[in-house]
Design a protein around this ligand. Structure first.
Ligand SMILES: N[C@@H](CCC(=O)N[C@@H](CS)C(=O)NCC(=O)O)C(=O)O
Length: 212
């Protein structure tokens, strides 16, 4: 198979790529990039992604890294899916929220995910209270923006599911282990419930939890 996705399914960034591939119904070979064994630092993987970070994609001779770029590339293979709309302003809206995910939402969630879940997973010691406090502040700032946005529409970019929902929602797969404080964000919880009901989401969740 020419399309290969190098992922570590327990990671929300690996999950993001998997859920999009499943939602699109794309055929691909899953190459397990085992972060617990340092696969991302091997010479072969470094040639694929010099950042030594997962995920990465290979499609014949084409290679791509950065999860949001990967899911855009996957979505262009199935334009009829609507995950990446054809209309220019609608597509720019999806891109805007994908950039927001990379620059704001993912880094905010990542602090709590690292302190409360990754450290435990890799035997890295107790959460650092200073970092947890920083993570909580950033999380609440970003979650306030997300919750207010979702108050006015069923999905991130209007009526229909797009890459923006799947990209931003992926971090919520860590809500429990990272104890993301979602109690006061009813709109986020409503929207997360819709995502969790998608068959593609459940399939990627099975992969995520099987590898944990
Ligand atoms: N912005 C990148 C982030 C990729 C990233 O940080 N991946 C982490 C796992 S979630 C990784 O591979 N870490 C391995 C390491 O730091 O050695 C993306 O979205 O693809």
């Amino acid at each position: 198979m020419s399309l290969k996705l190098h992922v570590f399914p327990p990671s929300p960034r690996g999950f993001k790529v998997l859920v999009v591939a499943y939602q699109l119904g794309i055929d691909f070979e899953l190459v397990f990039c085992d972060l617990t064994k340092g696969d991302q630092k091997s010479a072969a993987y470094t040639a694929l992604n010099p950042n030594q970070r997962m995920p990465a994609l290979e499609d014949g001779d084409f290679r791509l890294w950065e999860s949001n770029a990967i899911i855009q590339y996957l979505a262009t293979k199935k334009p009829e899916s609507g995950l990446l709309p054809r209309d220019e302003s609608a597509r720019a809206d999806v891109a805007r929220w994908q950039f927001w995910e990379s620059t704001t939402w993912d880094p905010a969630c990542a602090i709590l995910v690292f302190e409360r879940a990754v450290k435990r997973f890799f035997g890295g010691g107790a959460p650092d209270p200073v970092e947890v406090e920083k993570g909580l502040q950033r999380f609440h700032r970003a979650a306030g923006v997300l919750d207010a946005h979702l108050k006015k529409r069923p999905c991130m970019c209007g009526e229909y599911l797009t890459l923006a929902d799947l990209a931003i929602g992926s971090a919520l797969t860590m809500a429990e282990p990272a104890q993301l404080p979602l109690e006061s964000y009813g709109e986020i919880r409503r929207w997360a419930g819709k995502l969790a009901a998608l068959p593609a989401w459940q399939r990627a969740r099975e992969m995520q939890t099987a590898r944990r």
